[in-house]
Design a protein around this ligand. Structure first.
Ligand code: GDP
Ligand code: CA
Length: 306
């Protein structure tokens, strides 16, 4: 079975890790959100791409889900002494990624090309593509501070400001990265990973051509919300602040018109009857690699029945 998975960072990386354990490289393409990308300390940082790649490479920090295992922070400590900006945690190993990516971007290489080179260097054999090589920047409209850039909201303000909406700057002129639409066209199905629907999956769906390519496919989403809560991050809080009760049902409705199948947790089993598409109820928490593979297998089994 040939699959395309749409992913953000930590939640998306976990399920793609499970899928990568089951599918050969030629049968899985992962399309990653770049709306979180930003420039910091003169470096181009692509948090979701790095989280997915580090996870697939087995280099990710198992405690946080992002950043690298066995990381040190010597540069950040020295920067703090000088009064530099340290609110965005950049480890020494991780910095090498940003330095080399920034150098290559300045030399005119595209983000998708650089991602391919880095994946090869890290031993990632499945295809990882940024959603676009063009700049898309997620802006979070907040009640208290007006519009904030995504990392300003997410990291600096720790997701505390109440949100009113989102804007993806540059989305009108962003083209899907080379290979994205082709991979979707070739796929038997597309999986929307359990990533934040508002700020991880919506930006990908907003890139020209992606949503309409999905409309011709079987599309299965896995809920990032379990028992009304997120495993991590602000997705549930965002639903509440935007006037929607956070639940697996809210996620299914978020993607309505696009889904052929939906995967939700046993804890939410009673909501299944309210969802008008084929729904699988299973254990969707993925703390371990085995859990990731087991859930990925459930997703493949569901797709086969659609
Ligand atoms: P981010 O870019 O790092 O915020 O990552 P994503 O958008 O990909 O993932 C964030 C979402 O992943 C949150 O809404 C979490 O609830 C969800 N998530 C994290 N771990 C798990 C898990 O083990 N199972 C499920 N179903 N969702 C998860
Ligand atoms: Ca992200």
């Amino acid at each position: 079975m040939k699959l395309v998975a749409l992913a953000g960072g930590v939640g998306g990386a976990k399920l793609t890790d499970g899928l990568a354990q089951l599918l050969p490289p030629e049968n899985l393409t992962i399309v990653v959100n770049t709306g979180d990308d930003f420039e910091h300390l003169g470096l181009y940082i692509s948090p979701d791409l790095d989280t997915v790649c580090y996870t697939l490479a087995g280099l990710a920090n198992p405690k946080t889900g992002w950043g690298r295992a066995g990381e040190t922070y010597h540069l950040l400590e020295s920067l703090a002494v000088l009064g530099g900006e340290t609110w965005f945690r950049l480890g020494d190993k991780d910095l090498a990624t940003h330095l080399e990516r920034t150098r290559r971007l300045h030399a005119g290489e595209t983000l998708s090309h650089i991602t391919r080179l880095f994946c090869r260097a890290w031993g990632v054999r499945h295809t990882v593509l940024p959603m676009s090589d063009d700049s898309v920047r997620t802006m979070v409209e907040t009640v208290k501070y007006g519009e904030l850039s995504f990392q300003e909201y997410f990291v600096h303000q720790r997701c505390e400001p109440k949100v009113k909406g989102f804007r993806f700057v540059g989305i009108e002129s962003a083209r899907a990265a080379p290979g994205v639409l082709e991979a979707i066209e070739m796929a038997d199905a597309v999986v929307l990973c359990p990533s934040n629907p508002w700020v991880s999956i919506d930006p990908i769906l907003a890139v020209a051509g992606i949503r309409s390519a999905l409309e011709k496919k079987k599309v299965v989403a896995v809920s990032p919300i379990i028992g009304g809560k997120t495993v991590k991050g602000p997705a549930a809080k965002m639903y509440s602040e935007l006037g929607v009760r956070p639940s697996a049902l809210a996620v299914a409705e978020h993607y309505s018109g696009l889904l052929t199948g939906f995967v939700m947790d046993q804890l939410d089993a009673k909501l299944a009857e309210e969802i008008p598409i084929t729904t699988m109820v299973t254990d969707i928490l993925m703390p371990t690699q085995d859990d990731r593979r087991r859930l990925a297998q459930d997703v493949l089994d569901l797709i086969r029945t659609l």
